[in-house]
Design a binder for this molecule. Structure first.
Ligand SMILES: COc1nc(N)nc2c1ncn2[C@H]1C[C@H](O)[C@@H](COP(=O)(O)OP(=O)(O)OP(=O)(O)O)O1
Length: 163
């Protein structure tokens, strides 16, 4: 049973899922989604999803943003990595990207509803619990690597490292 980050053998960690997140940040605002289906349904997050066969994390992050919001992010940069170990043995390796712009118009889809938020008033109470730990570093432009233990959607432990 995982309770703390130290309970995981990270050297041999073999995540079940590799996934991505993309955050467009411009003019003091960030483009988030209300997730309408799938893992984390009902929460506010960035667009993103699972890696498909043969795809790089960057390609996945761009594709998922196109699929979920009908926009193509521009000025994309790698922001950090997230390592989630769940008590039910699910595990997710997440790659996070930021973008400074986009082509197209953010549009509601079957998967997501776009929400622009001020970076000073983020809706952490409606987001995954880990987000309040690494969002400030992402917004400062610092590269981060986080390790987290979750029991369903309750965070049990977290460790964050910065470059
Ligand atoms: C546990 O904490 C998490 N925090 C944050 N911020 N984001 C998380 C967490 N756990 C998962 N995520 C993200 C990673 C992905 O972007 C999504 C999950 O992707 P999903 O399963 O919806 O992937 P799709 O390929 O879109 O799924 P479909 O099979 O429905 O197409 O959540």
């Amino acid at each position: 049973m995982y309770k703390t980050v130290d309970d995981v053998n990270w050297e041999n960690w073999d995540p079940v899922v590799t996934a991505t997140l993309m955050f467009v940040i411009r003019d003091g605002r960030i483009l988030l989604i209300h997730k309408k289906r799938g893992f984390g349904k009902g929460k506010i997050n960035g667009p993103g999803g699972k890696l498909e066969s043969g795809e790089t994390p960057l390609e996945c992050a761009i594709r998922e943003t196109q699929e979920e919001l009908c926009i193509t992010p521009t000025g994309v940069e790698f922001a950090g990595e997230l390592h989630f170990q769940f008590t039910d043995n699910n595990s997710i390796h997440g790659y996070v990207y930021t973008a400074t712009g986009y082509e197209g118009e953010p549009t509601e889809t079957d998967e997501a509803d776009p929400i622009w938020c001020s970076i000073d008033e983020l809706p952490f109470d409606r987001m995954w619990e880990d987000d309040h730990i690494w969002f400030p570093h992402m917004l400062e432009g610092r590269h981060f690597s986080g390790r987290f233990i979750f029991d369903n959607d309750r965070m049990l432990d977290a460790v964050i490292e910065l470059d």
